[in-house]
Structures are given as structure tokens and as C-alpha cells.
Design a binder for this molecule. Structure first.
Ligand SMILES: [Zn+2]
Length: 436
């Protein structure tokens, strides 16, 4: 009975808000997005500093300035180029609703240039492949991006073929900003306190280490960094990295008889033992893999680096055992080579924690439906900043942004993608307020 009442109340709140037409934000999400993608924020691998590139401060400082202009509070940029802000709740009792955080990253992938991005709007898309004008070899095909079929009549935004677009994750930045802007224009939309953060170096995995969870002040958060409309992730896989070293004995080859022990052959034998159906090139969806991805080949000492990935910890343990068993087998064949294996944990599947906070996923699904989007849950074959935060005490699933083809020149998003994601975010804060 109590449940029915709560449900009815939620529905009434929803219907009454929908019935009033919302005042538009001061600036459309599309216009914000087009401004942000023109700012080069490419991060760089193997740097000892956060941010890895100083230019990420350009967008951080701009976002901080704009946050102040639209009325956010406690706006600050940390020495690591992380932007933090708060949007105060407007409920009679804000303390009764958990503080919800929203996070997007400002950097773009080191894989493709993000300098001089020239966004192009393909108005009223009528289907078919999209050839990017500055490099006709760069073609977004319907076969490669079937989501295009759902974008007929939409305005599609791409780069010109020479750079990435930076939808990943300037879409998330623009959508969160426009959510705040809309809330400020419409005080009739009830919500609790909202914490905001824009982070650097997500693409190189360094920025989140400097994240101040306590200062952020949220009980739960969402990264807004996913792909097509409806794509919600509460699951990453669990990840370990193994290093296998093979120690031999080098000597002058002219006088090596009976002395030299060539470690390279043991490394080759070890590689030959990898099951062909358990590799990245032969697996997809929920199936994990082992992946030798780098190594050193040398007579004296050879070494291999191997990624282990699986959605289940038991599956990951089994893969680790397999790699250790392979060491035993190679060792038996090459008794004079000293073989050692060292396995380190990279990150764990965030589902291990998020399963205890089902409302986070349920509210995200419901907020999407209310925006007219059919949501679906897709496990991420990779790690997210949210996975790291989740294990540090801030449960953080990942939400869609409307974008596609991340990290490449064929990246795109659309007007509807940006607008519907913003709408979903606005629905989400209302859901938390209504379900208190
Ligand atoms: Zn991203």
C-alpha cells in the first residue's frame, strides 16, 4: 500500500512537471557542444603529471567560468585541472535526498588529433553513408554504424575527416552543463543537491587518481560517458596484468657451446600455448580473454606482458591459473631457463559493488524511458573512471551521451542525441527527489 502511494505520488509529480512547459536553457546543448569541441584538450600517454597536457586547463577554466555564470556554487578548479561545483537542492528538506554526482571528462583520446576540430552539421540527415569532406577516404557507413538508421531527420555532427570530433566526452560536458542551466531556469523542477565534476586524463587513466571524493560530496554518481542513446553500463570487466620473465644465459656465440641458454625459445614456447579461442581477436560480448600485448625478446632475458579480462572473478581466476599452468609446462620443457610470473590487479567489475545499489540503475532506466528512449544495459569491455570511483566508495554507473565511434575520425553525435541525454539527466535528478 505504501508502495502504491509512493508510486502514485511519483507519477503525479512527473505528470505535473511534464504538463508545464519548461523554460529553455540560456544556451542550447548543441551550441555548448560546438564551442567545447573546438578547444584542443588531447591528453598524452606516459606523463608524470596530472593533467598530462596543460591545454586541458583551457576547457577546465572555461567550464568553471560558465558554471559560475549559470548559477552553480563552490566552483573551483584544482591544481590537477579537475573542475568541481555544486548545484544546491531546492527541496524543503534537501538533506532527505542523497547528493547525486555527475561526471564527464574533458580530455580527448591521444589516438587521433584533437587540434583545430572543425565540427560539421549534416542537417536533416536522410540516410546513407556520410563522406567527411576534408578526407573522402573517411566515410561513416550505415554498415559500420547501424545506429545511423535511427537518425533519419536528425542533425548529425561530425568532424571534417582530419581530426576526431571530441564527442567523447565533450558531449557529457555539454549535457551536464545544459542540465544545470535548465534546472536554474525552471525552479519548479524539484531536485536535491547535485555535485558536478569535469575531469582530465580519463583517456590515459591518470586523472581519477587525483579525484577528491570527499570534497566532491556526493553519495552516488554517474559518469556521462557512454555511447548511443539508451546505453547504460553498471558493469565493467575485472582486469589483471601478468608479466612473465624468462631468464637465460648469454655469452659470445662463437664460444657458446654448452654455455648459452637462449631465453627467447622459452618465450616462444610459452606464446604458442595460448588457446586461440580466448584472445581479443576471437572473443566478444561477455566472453573474456588473455592477451599478450607487449614483450622483450633477448637471449639473456625475455619477458611478456599479458592482459587478463573477464566479467566474473571466477573466470579471471581461471585465466590466471591457466597462465600459471602454462609456466609450469614451459618450465618443464626448458629446465635451464628460469621462468617467473607476476600478476597484478588493475581494476574490478563495478557490478560487485553496484549490485547493492539497484536504485542507481533502475532510476537511470526510468529516466531514459521518460525521455522516450528505450534503455539497455551493456557491460563495458574496458574500465571506466566510474569503476575506480566505485571501489573507492563512490558507486558510479555510466550513462549514454548519444555519441558513436569514439577515438576516431568517424566519431559523431546528433542534435537529438545531445538533447535527449540532457532530458534524461533532468528526469534523473527529479526521480531521486521524488523517491526519497
Ligand atoms: Zn570517454
Amino acid at each position: 500500500m505504501r508502495f502504491t502511494c509512493a508510486l502514485l505520488l511519483t507519477l503525479l509529480v512527473f505528470v505535473s512537471i511534464q504538463a508545464q512547459s519548461l523554460k529553455p536553457p540560456k544556451e542550447a546543448v548543441m551550441d555548448r557542444f560546438l564551442r567545447y569541441v573546438k578547444i584542443d584538450t588531447q591528453s598524452a600517454e606516459d606523463q608524470n603529471t596530472v593533467p598530462s597536457t596543460k591545454k586541458q586547463f583551457d576547457l577546465a577554466n572555461l567550464l568553471a567560468k560558465e558554471l559560475k555564470e549559470i548559477g552553480a556554487q563552490n566552483v573551483r578548479v584544482s591544481e590537477f585541472a579537475i573542475v568541481y561545483a555544486t548545484v544546491p537542492g531546492n527541496l524543503a528538506d534537501n538533506a532527505s535526498v542523497p547528493v547525486i554526482g555527475f561526471i564527464a571528462h574533458m580530455d580527448t583520446s591521444p589516438a587521433v588529433s584533437g587540434a583545430n576540430v572543425n565540427p560539421i552539421i549534416h542537417k536533416n540527415y536522410q540516410g546513407g553513408d556520410i563522406v567527411l569532406p576534408k578526407d573522402p577516404t573517411q566515410v561513416i557507413t550505415v554498415a559500420g554504424s547501424p545506429v545511423l538508421k535511427e537518425l533519419i531527420g536528425d542533425d548529425i555532427i561530425t568532424a571534417d575527416g582530419t581530426t576526431l570530433l571530441g564527442s567523447d566526452d565533450k558531449s557529457g560536458c555539454a549535457e551536464i552543463m545544459t542540465m544545470i542551466d535548465t534546472l536554474m531556469q525552471n525552479p519548479q523542477i524539484k531536485h536535491g543537491t547535485i555535485a558536478i565534476a569535469f575531469t582530465p586524463d580519463e583517456e590515459v587513466g591518470g586523472g581519477i587518481e587525483k579525484f577528491d571524493i570527499k570534497g566532491f560530496g556526493a553519495k552516488f554518481a554517474y559518469t556521462v560517458d557512454g555511447e548511443e542513446l539508451g546505453d547504460i553500463s553498471n558493469e565493467t570487466w575485472s582486469a589483471r596484468t601478468a608479466t612473465v620473465t624468462f631468464k637465460g644465459k648469454s655469452t659470445h656465440p662463437g664460444t657458446a657451446k654448452g654455455i648459452m641458454v637462449n631465453a627467447m625459445y622459452a618465450a616462444g614456447d610459452y606464446l604458442s600455448r595460448f588457446p586461440k579461442d580466448m584472445l581479443p581477436e576471437t572473443t566478444a560480448d561477455r566472453v573474456g580473454f588473455v592477451h599478450p600485448y607487449a614483450g622483450v625478446i633477448d637471449v639473456e632475458e625475455s619477458s611478456l606482458k599479458i592482459l587478463l579480462r573477464d566479467f566474473d572473478l571466477s573466470g579471471l581466476d581461471a585465466k590466471e591459473k591457466m597462465l600459471r599452468d602454462m609456466v609450469t609446462q614451459t618450465q618443464a620443457k626448458f629446465p635451464e631457463v628460469k621462468i617467473a610470473i607476476d600478476v597484478k590487479e588493475d581494476y574490478k567489475n563495478m557490478k560487485e559493488v553496484l549490485k547493492d545499489f539497484p536504485a542507481l540503475t533502475e532510476n537511470a532506466l526510468e529516466a531514459s524511458r521518460r525521455a522516450g528512449i528505450k534503455p539497455f544495459i551493456k557491460p563495458i569491455r574496458g574500465g571506466t573512471d566510474g569503476a575506480r570511483l566505485t571501489f573507492q566508495g563512490l558507486p558510479t554507473p555510466n550513462l549514454f551521451t548519444g555519441g558513436s565511434n569514439f577515438h576516431g575520425k568517424l566519431e559523431f553525435n546528433s542534435r537529438r542525441g545531445l538533447e535527449k541525454t540532457t532530458e534524461m539527466l533532468i528526469n534523473l535528478v527529479q526521480l531521486f527527489a521524488a523517491k526519497k
